[in-house]
Design a protein around this ligand. Sequence first.
Ligand code: FAD
Length: 501
Amino acid sequence: MLVPNLSHTERLMPTTRPNPTTVNTSAALPGQRLPLAAAQSRGCSSASPGICRVAIVGGGPGGLMTAYLLQKKVNRRLEVVIFEASARLGGKIRSPRFSIESVAYEAGAAEFYDYSPVDEDPLKALIQELGLPLVPLGGNTLCVDNRLITNLDDVEQYYGAKTRATWQRFHQQARGTMTPADFYRSGSDEAWSWPDPPTKSFADFLGESQINELQPLLEWQVHSDLATEPANTNVEYGLQNYLMNDPAYMQLYGIEGGNERLIDELVQRCSAEFRLQQPVKQIRRLASGEVQVDFLADGAPHSQTFDAVIVALPHDALPNLSFPDTQLAAAMQRHFDHHHHPAHYLRMTLLFRSPFWRAAWQESFCMLDHFSGCCLYDESWRTPEPDWGVLGWLLGGQAAVDFADRTDDELIELALDSLPPVMGNGRSHFLEGRVHRWLHAVNALPGGRTPLPIQQRHCPEPTCHDNLWIVGDYLYDSTINGVFDSADYVTDAIAASVHST
Ligand SMILES: Cc1cc2nc3c(=O)[nH]c(=O)nc-3n(C[C@H](O)[C@H](O)[C@H](O)COP(=O)(O)OP(=O)(O)OC[C@H]3O[C@@H](n4cnc5c(N)ncnc54)[C@H](O)[C@@H]3O)c2cc1C
């Protein structure tokens, strides 16, 4: 038998594939226009009779998927404007190239989660619908003290029969606690949740499981999946990040030639207006029921009015928006506080003359015992038959914070130092290194300590701001699958609203 779960990637957390997105169109949901009398009785002015103009704040995967899904679901043409603060679309999906050789690598999100062995996988279906070729990714190795451990026999050889038995027991316990179906439902209103108080941490759970000598190995294994330390997250998220290494729960893939091809395809197919370098600063509802978006363009303030606004930002970008309405401001503050569990990443990616490590190791990723547990990607697998080699180090949690102040050159040196000699001599093949810092960029406790009902997550102030929606991966699981689910939910609700008017 193989080691239960020695594989690892930066997979953050699985998402909810079941359709949490089903929208009950018979009731007045957030985003559906309230009948005039109902709106007035709540002290709001009436909403405009229908949605024609939609603003999407944020041109990352969430914003672009929202625009694409709106276009697919709404049976009439909407005017959609996407405001993006930076000079590029795509957010944390980035596949830049080295300068010495035009070789692509992933600077942000590395992989997509494939739930199709368990149930429907709408994100994979979308990627396939866009005609993008998939590359399966996988790894089953833990590299500790310059030893490659790939199965339970290796565990027994290096750590003894007791550790082997402990690992088997823990794995059975984890599988018995959360089934693939439970995992698949995570993030939905029907999600499995740990029966103990939500304050219990994953570190508490590991402690109670009495895994003793196995604990450091497991913590290294999940560290860059979690992007935080086990004490900072709950049992549910910790278990998910452990179990995602088991192929019965999910599999992994990337897009051949770079994940950013997904962004390019979405942009090409969306008829939205893209406004680059136009950060949104303020959102307010007008007496007419429309929503005014205040933004900067060429450094000067501008305003534009919409029928609905979708804020598709990571949680750490929310404090940059202001909401003059006190009720909305309070609701947005509660929303932010509930989800404020920042987690961190740091990537070092190195280009080599050849994939010199392949004689010793041939997977797309493995786990290193350096940097409190870090994922090492063989980025070269993303391109068939490369004649160069690319390795990527993904540091998570406190290690990412601790090393973020180092210069790029220092970090590249540290990466080279951490390469286990058993894989070969990196220095003699090294060509170029790149560093990407992602502090506060992901969420250590997506959904918050006690997840809110799906509607409340997406529409924080439904009484007078039923046309202000939120899309975010942090509402589900800090992954692209999660942000897709979020976009799917909101676009279902908006489509229902449009079709009902
Ligand atoms: C290093 C790293 C590795 C990851 N690995 C994976 C992985 O392997 N698999 C996975 O599924 N997920 C992974 N993730 C998470 C994944 O990247 C996110 O789930 C995804 O990017 C979320 O998309 P988003 O659109 O919500 O946010 P973002 O990608 O952050 O995009 C938000 C966009 O909004 C823009 N913006 C910010 N403020 C404003 C404003 N005021 N006005 C207008 N625009 C604004 C930003 O410039 C950005 O373009 C990883 C993340 C990181 C950092």
